[in-house]
Ligand binder design. Structure first.
Ligand SMILES: Nc1ncnc2c1ncn2[C@@H]1O[C@H](COP(=O)(O)OP(=O)(O)O)[C@@H](O)[C@H]1O
Ligand SMILES: [Mg+2]
Length: 229
């Protein structure tokens, strides 16, 4: 069976993983505060809308719609316009609403995704509702229900995760791919790096590679290893 791939919109990333995310896969992007998880998710949705004509939904918990649009515009992404044209919907939600959606079934979100015929989804961050579950066993069950819902919609998803949340490990384990974003210091200079930890069905680059945030997005260099010199 041929595996279909979709471009991620992250410069240099698709070459690391045989051409991009597997279509219909669920992809975890984990990192600490400020490691560019939100920017990754935004770039993924905007590229889908602009280059692939794939509609997308960004479910956001920590940020208001205006803040999301502001972050996007700093990368030259016109999210507000894409919203106007119906290509992207930004959906601010409370973690409790999503917890309810997972435990009780799709609800409003599922209806919107169906009406829009969305093909890309981003939850930023999935940790904000995973943290609401009382223990790891409940978190595992919730992750299973959440994944079933996304798979039913048939979308390709990016779920950002806070790397220090133990409940979110259930999502990282179940996801089709896991990419870790992090900071490191090279003689006092803070640098950024990413690592594809796993990607099912893909011979991916296993190295820890530096990336930069430029005016046009995130750019990873396959030849620049994250070495402290
Ligand atoms: N346009 C930009 N150019 C350069 N760096 C940026 C730009 N926008 C954001 N950043 C950097 O990215 C960081 C935030 O990225 P963000 O995706 O919000 O992180 P996270 O979601 O992981 O907390 C900022 O603190 C800043 O260092
Ligand atoms: Mg963020």
């Amino acid at each position: 069976m041929e595996i279909k791939r979709i471009p991620t919109g992250i410069h240099g990333f698709d070459e690391l993983c045989d051409g991009g995310f597997v279509k219909g896969s669920i992809n975890a992007v984990s990192g600490d505060i400020g490691t560019a998880k939100t920017l990754f998710a935004l770039r993924f949705l905007v590229d889908g809308a602009e280059k692939c004509r794939e509609k997308g939904i960004m479910v956001t918990f920590e940020e208001q719609k205006e803040q999301v649009c502001l972050s996007a515009s700093s990368l030259g992404l016109d999210l507000a316009n894409l919203e106007k044209s119906g290509m992207i919907a930004v959906l601010p939600a409370s973690p409790e609403q999503i917890k309810h959606m997972i435990t009780e079934g799709g609800g409003q979100f599922e209806t919107l995704a169906g009406q829009m015929k969305a093909q890309r989804l981003a939850f930023d961050s999935a940790s904000s509702f995973m943290q609401l579950f009382a223990d790891i066993a409940q978190a595992k069950k919730a992750a299973g229900d959440f994944f079933r819902l996304i798979r039913k919609l048939g979308c390709t998803a990016v779920l950002t995760l806070e790397s220090d949340d133990p409940n979110s490990r259930a999502i990282a384990k179940m996801a089709d791919s896991l990419t870790c974003l992090y900071h490191f210091r090279d003689r006092g200079i803070r640098k950024r790096a990413l690592e594809i930890i796993k990607m099912r069905g893909t011979e991916h680059n296993p190295n820890s590679l530096q990336f930069e945030i430029t005016k046009t997005g995130i750019s990873v260099d396959p030849k620049k290893f994250a070495i402290i010199e």
